[in-house]
Design a protein around this ligand. Structure first.
Ligand SMILES: Cc1cc2nc3c(=O)[nH]c(=O)nc-3n(C[C@H](O)[C@H](O)[C@H](O)COP(=O)(O)O)c2cc1C
Length: 336
């Protein structure tokens, strides 16, 4: 079937690493762990996944015994692991560890707006000191063989927009791809992401430039690829609400009818996530995670507040599972 989208770029390279399709899962702390990444990958259409942002001070074997942020399964490859930090030696040493753990790509976070992160001079705080960011980037690139990428914001605030200077500096320092979330740090997650900035960055560097921010449906993703000439699209919150978005983008691109998830698909997705989480991390963690994510997973469902409330009250994974099944029960009957 022919499609108006068939001429749009569908791949890019990070150094030697081929990424196809060019629609990728955005890193999200607390969300994009191995279980979430594998559930997304199993649905199809996602070209690259990333670890959650991990503080460079937390990658030693001892620190890793207390978290699972850098664990992954072979079927997740190619995989990016993202580090935050601001001490070039520390981040470079953490990058070496991450390379030894098997990461295909190392990403440096210069976008996180959380006060806990910026307070330590990490994340988007580095946008205030491009000299420091450059020293960090160079130290990391010198320490590893794998390609290094940068995810960043448009600037600290509207008075210090430096996304073009950052892009030029990063490319000259050896960064192999950029992902721009075109909000400022001051915006946090308010307002909208100004994607015209993605197009501007594309015009000043030769390396791939991905855009990240506010992509919630398949047509919108392809429109942004086209209008803003992005090398690829990162999807974060949209993937929690609709994990089929990657698959739908691939279908739309091919001119096929898009899969329309039914309540039964959503129910199955939540239960599969819960089961995989139990297997991977145990019942306690699985219960915590499903409580944390149920609101986002169910955001488009009618009466989703009820689902959230009941799951939040669950005192065991068994109870959480029963609440999910009970919530979807009426929809299942209607469909049958
Ligand atoms: C819960 C949450 C956690 C996030 N954690 C990270 C992170 O670990 N690293 C990062 O670079 N960006 C992080 N982000 C930012 C996203 O990667 C993305 O750039 C941003 O949410 C905009 O895209 P979206 O509208 O598709 O979600 C996070 C965003 C959210 C909502």
């Amino acid at each position: 079937m022919s499609s108006v989208y068939q001429n749009l770029a569908n791949e890019y390279y990070v150094g030697q690493i081929h990424i196809s399709p060019n629609i990728v899962l955005a890193p999200m702390v607390g969300v994009t762990d191995s279980v979430f990444r594998r559930t997304i990958l199993s649905l199809g259409g996602c070209g690259l996944v990333s670890s959650e942002m991990t503080n460079a001070a937390s990658v030693s074997p001892r620190a890793r015994s207390r978290h699972n942020q850098l664990e992954f399964m072979p079927e997740e490859r190619p995989i990016t692991m993202q580090l935050s930090g601001n001490d070039p030696d520390l981040v470079a040493s953490a990058a070496k560890t991450v390379e030894q753990l098997g990461a295909d790509i190392l990403d440096i976070n210069c976008g996180c707006p959380s006060p806990k992160v910026t307070g330590g001079g990490h994340g988007s705080a580095l946008l205030k000191d491009l000299g420091k960011m450059e020293a960090l980037i160079k130290a990391v690139i010198a320490a590893v063989q794998i390609p290094v990428t940068l995810k960043y914001r448009a600037g600290w605030d509207d008075n210090s927009l430096n996304y073009l200077d950052t892009a030029r500096m990063a490319e000259a320092a050896g960064i192999k791809a950029l992902a721009l979330h075109p909000r400022t740090r001051a915006q946090l997650y308010t307002g909208t992401a100004d994607w015209s900035r993605v197009r501007e960055v594309r015009e000043v560097v030769k390396i791939p430039v991905l855009g990240s921010g506010d992509v919630k449906d398949a047509a919108e993703a392809l429109r942004r690829l086209e209008v803003y000439n992005a090398s690829g699209i990162m999807i974060g919150r949209g993937a929690m609400e609709n994990p089929w978005i990657f698959m739908q983008i691939a279908q739309l691109r091919r001119g096929e009818a898009m899969f329309e998830p039914q309540p039964s698909d959503k129910c199955e997705f939540m239960l599969r996530y819960l089961d995989m989480m139990i297997e991977d991390a145990g019942e306690r963690m699985a219960l915590n995670k499903i409580k944390q994510l149920i609101g986002q997973f169910g955001v488009e469902l009618p009466y989703s507040a009820k689902l959230r409330e009941t799951v939040h009250r669950a005192d065991s994974v068994g109870a959480a599972r029963s609440h999910i099944e009970a919530f979807f029960e009426p929809y299942m009957t209607v469909q049958a």
